[in-house]
Write a protein that binds this ligand. Structure first.
Ligand code: C5P
Length: 223
């Protein structure tokens, strides 16, 4: 029997990639499977939390009991997060791999192949930084981000923690093919202002339980 120690808490979790339209048939996206965010949602539900899962397009079965909000673009993801946290949430976890850029102006019609040129240029603009926006708006008491890096993982993650004003950042090395994107296992380093913890490589479901436990301990010790 799992202790229902998150009863009464509202957790909002983003998961998966975002999909940014180029035109009605094309888009910009990335390789995120959504597995880590979905595993975190399941782990928090199992301990009694009310969970809102704001999900980009993924091929996963939603965890039983989650309130799922399906979104495509980063703009939609931000709007869904703000709406679901119109009353401050207890925990926000940004596990989504948000596309950094979107089209400056997505085309209403399918873009035609230009027969006279071998090149084509798309003008992109920065997407909103969802988690940094939610931090500024104090949408949750505790805010946790992910950092997918390919080098200097801990160092980059630490600077991201500070720059975005996060409570906790969970860093993983996406250059390793055995973990991270689309894999069932992950190996992460958990970083707070004054703590660094690297649990062993584990199934995303096991790791999610350990991460939820860590977050709960962090909240308790911060009170
Ligand atoms: O992409 P980046 O490495 O900056 O992602 C770090 C954290 O910020 C992740 O938790 C990710 O979900 C979040 N993020 C976001 N909005 C963005 C980019 C990243 O919320 N536009």
């Amino acid at each position: 029997l799992i202790e229902q120690d998150l009863t009464g808490q509202h957790w909002v979790i983003t998961a998966g990639p975002t999909m940014e339209s180029i035109d009605p048939v094309r888009y910009i996206s990335n390789h995120s499977s959504g597995k880590m965010g979905y595993a975190l949602a399941s782990a928090a539900i199992a301990r009694g939390a009310r969970v809102t899962l704001v999900s980009g397009p993924v091929q996963l079965t939603p965890p039983t009991g989650a309130n799922i909000i399906a979104v495509k673009s980063a703009d939609e993801m931000l709007a869904a997060c703000e709406q679901s946290m119109s009353t401050q949430a207890d925990v926000f976890i940004g596990a989504a791999a948000v596309a950094d850029f979107k089209m400056k102006a997505a085309s209403d019609q399918k873009m035609k192949k230009q027969s006279d040129t071998d090149e084509m240029t798309l003008t992109l603009v920065k997407n909103p930084d969802i988690i940094a926006t939610l931090v500024l708006q104090k949408r949750a008491k505790t805010i946790i981000g992910f950092a997918a890096e390919t080098q200097n993982v801990t160092e980059y993650a630490k600077s991201k923690l500070e720059r975005k004003g996060l409570d906790i950042i969970i860093a993983n090395d996406v250059s390793r093919s055995d973990i991270g994107f689309n894999q069932d296992e992950n190996q992460v380093t958990v970083i707070t202002k004054d703590k660094t913890w690297s649990p062993d490589k584990a199934a995303k479901s096991d790791l999610a339980n350990q991460l939820v436990e860590f977050i709960q301990q962090y909240i308790k010790s911060a009170i």
